[in-house]
Design a protein around this ligand. Structure first.
Ligand code: PRE
Length: 128
């Protein structure tokens, strides 16, 4: 038998019923909460997959920019993305301020990745 020394990272150890409320609230309320949390778990998993795909795409942009010596950030593109996402958020009844902050948060991480790729290229790294 293989002994496990590290916690699993594949979600098998995940306990969807983990809560600090166990024993403190009515069982019926807890069951309703767990049912709603099951949807929240699906949304969160989807977000992770969506973000992973977005970062795969931006990594490709990062390599292209490094290859052609283009700046990591593109403020003109960002302004246009923010305007579009604020409108979409508004239509979807999501706070546009939150949508803008969330996009900016992701973009700043992307820019850090672009800068790391660019540094790698300029020290003779692979081009793709
Ligand atoms: O489209 C680009 O040029 C990117 O580098 C991607 C991206 C983004 O994450 O959407 C990131 C940085 C830029 O400032 C603009 C957009």
């Amino acid at each position: 038998m293989t002994e496990q020394t590290e916690p699993r990272t594949d979600g098998i150890d995940y306990d969807p019923a983990a809560s600090s409320l166990t024993g403190q609230v009515d069982q019926g309320v807890l069951e309703e909460l767990l049912a709603i949390r099951s949807s929240i778990d699906n949304f969160d998993a989807t977000l992770v997959y969506l973000l992973a795909e977005r970062f795969k795409a931006t990594q490709r942009v990062g390599h292209l920019k490094a290859q052609y010596n283009l700046p990591a950030g593109d403020p003109g593109r960002e302004a246009s993305q923010i305007k579009r996402l604020r409108t979409l958020a508004d239509e979807a009844h999501l706070d546009p301020e939150f949508a803008e902050k969330f996009l900016n948060f992701i973009i700043s991480e992307v820019i850090l990745h672009h800068q790391a790729i660019s540094a790698f290229h300029s020290t003779g790294g692979e081009t793709s």
